[in-house]
Design a protein around this ligand. Structure first.
Ligand SMILES: NC(=O)c1ccc[n+]([C@@H]2O[C@H](COP(=O)([O-])OP(=O)(O)OC[C@H]3O[C@@H](n4cnc5c(N)ncnc54)[C@H](OP(=O)(O)O)[C@@H]3O)[C@@H](O)[C@H]2O)c1
Length: 431
């Protein structure tokens, strides 16, 4: 096992170090992007290389599928051009789900990951080995600093509750580092927090940013996939800061579209993040609730899909759901959910609504509630906060009702009856 600070794969995966215009990654003096006013408050924000004071252009992006400098067939991989701007090296603090996904994707895109640090050695070492980085324990980093130059970008991929403390402690360490040798950027990844937790680092002259990948980053064995490619990354920064944001460079390198949001307030971010959690975790939880309900029904499609997935059944052959059923025991539900998502993407969520509620079919909703009241909905809670199948149905149906009533035009007759049924406070619905 390598010791802290030891490079696990000297020379491996670090071809992108050459991006630093002949210097090793992370050496002081590397300028990326150069200083310049970041742009006017409240506007869409500057694009690096744009009018608002970023003299050097961003690295151009290779077309999708073009092999990157490290040989990866990535998406949106920055092209390394002689004399062009270098890809900034990062120090990744917090090798958890988001941190490992980000570091792996950046590495695959040919971006240098110079250091990985974490509270626990094992995850940091594992990730460092995958991305050709050096490792240092978080406590040792705070106590002694880096045994080498600081890379220009520090990414605090720590839990939301730990960002402020991590930033304050890092700032305490960086106070002892000459200003010219400090990192130039400090980022955290939380879409729910603004720049405030990074204030101690901003006071030391680092440009601070929120870099929020608007995608679920699962970590684990799936972390190496191009999770960010094709997605969006929200970049929040202080429009008054004297340095262009580096987030767009990271985003484009990862194949994601950067959304610049200079000066976003804490409330705006909280609302934005609440929306993001509904679209991601909300949809996932809804699928879970639907699957549990389907199990209660005794529907044979799930067992059939499970047999297909386990290779014990040739599958349904032709017909809807056959392709998804082959890869997962979610078959029928997955096909249904994908079709709903595609319809929402094509027509917008309100226009894509189907089902008894939007038709104003109170009798069918009543039938659902009565079936749930007939035993399936009682005592079905799996956890302290689980209202059970009937309660889950009621919550989701109330949301569908809200969407149905928000559609333009006259609401269908029957919506009020449905509202009464759903608002009956447990009556006829088990619990
Ligand atoms: N996962 C996603 O889908 C996703 C998507 C977008 C943004 N984000 C953001 O990414 C950040 C990390 O989330 P995550 O999902 O990756 O969480 P995670 O898997 O729990 O990882 C959190 C990391 O932070 C470390 N950590 C926790 N408390 C710490 C402390 N006091 N000091 C130092 N390190 C500490 C953890 O170390 P230990 O392992 O030792 O606990 C772990 O390495 C969060 O800000 C989150 O909002 C996540």
């Amino acid at each position: 096992m390598e010791r802290e600070g030891q490079h696990p794969r000297e020379g491996h995966g670090m071809g992108s170090g050459a991006r630093f215009s002949g210097t090793r990654h992370g050496e002081p003096g590397v300028e990326y992007p150069p200083d310049g006013p970041a742009g006017p408050r409240g506007q869409g924000g500057p694009e690096p290389g744009g009018e608002h004071g970023v003299p050097r252009p961003e690295p151009p992006l290779a077309p999708s599928g073009t092999p990157g400098p490290s040989g990866a067939a990535g998406v949106g991989v920055p092209v390394e051009e002689p004399g062009g701007p270098p890809a900034p090296a990062i120090l990744l603090a917090g090798p958890g789900r988001a941190g490992s996904s980000l570091a792996l994707a950046w590495h695959r895109a040919g971006g240098p990951v110079a250091w990985v640090t974490g509270r626990r050695d094992e995850p940091a070492r594992r990730l460092a080995a995958q991305v050709g980085a050096r490792t240092i324990g978080w406590q040792r980093l705070l106590a002694e600093g880096l045994p080498g130059p600081w890379p220009p970008v520090v990414v605090l991929a720590v839990a939301d509750r730990a960002v402020a403390e991590a930033a304050a402690r890092l700032a305490g360490r960086l106070e002892a580092v000459p200003e010219a040798c400090r990192p130039r950027y400090a980022l955290h990844l939380s879409g729910a927090l603004g720049l405030e937790p990074l204030a101690p680092l901003a006071r030391l002259g680092l440009a601070t940013e929120v870099f929020h990948p608007l995608l679920p980053l699962p970590g684990g064995p799936a972390a190496g996939r191009d999770h960010l490619a094709g997605g969006y990354a929200t970049v929040v920064y202080d429009p008054g800061q004297n340095r262009a944001p580096v987030g767009p460079v990271l985003a484009r390198g990862l194949g994601a579209t950067p959304v610049l949001w200079p000066g976003a307030t804490a409330r705006q971010l909280a609302l934005y993040h609440a929306a993001a959690t509904l679209a991601a975790n909300g949809v996932t939880a809804l699928l879970w609730a639907a699957r549990e309900l389907l199990r209660l029904s005794g529907y044979p499609g799930m067992a059939m899909a499970a047999r297909v997935a386990a290779g014990r059944d040739p599958g349904p052959g032709a017909g809807p759901g056959s392709t998804t059923a082959a890869g997962s025991s979610w078959g029928p539900l997955e096909a249904l959910a994908r079709a709903a998502l595609e319809a929402a993407a094509e027509r917008g969520p309100l226009a894509a609504l189907t089902g008894p509620i939007v038709r104003g079919d109170a009798a069918t909703v009543q039938r659902h509630l009565e079936a749930l009241a007939g035993g399936a909905g009682t005592g079905g809670g799996l956890g302290a906060f689980d209202p059970g199948p009937a309660g889950r149905y009621r919550l989701a149906a109330t949301l569908v009702l809200a969407a149905a009533s928000a559609r333009p035009g006259d609401p269908p007759a029957g919506l009020e009856d449905i509202a009464r049924l759903l608002g009956a406070g447990g009556e006829g619905a088990g619990r």
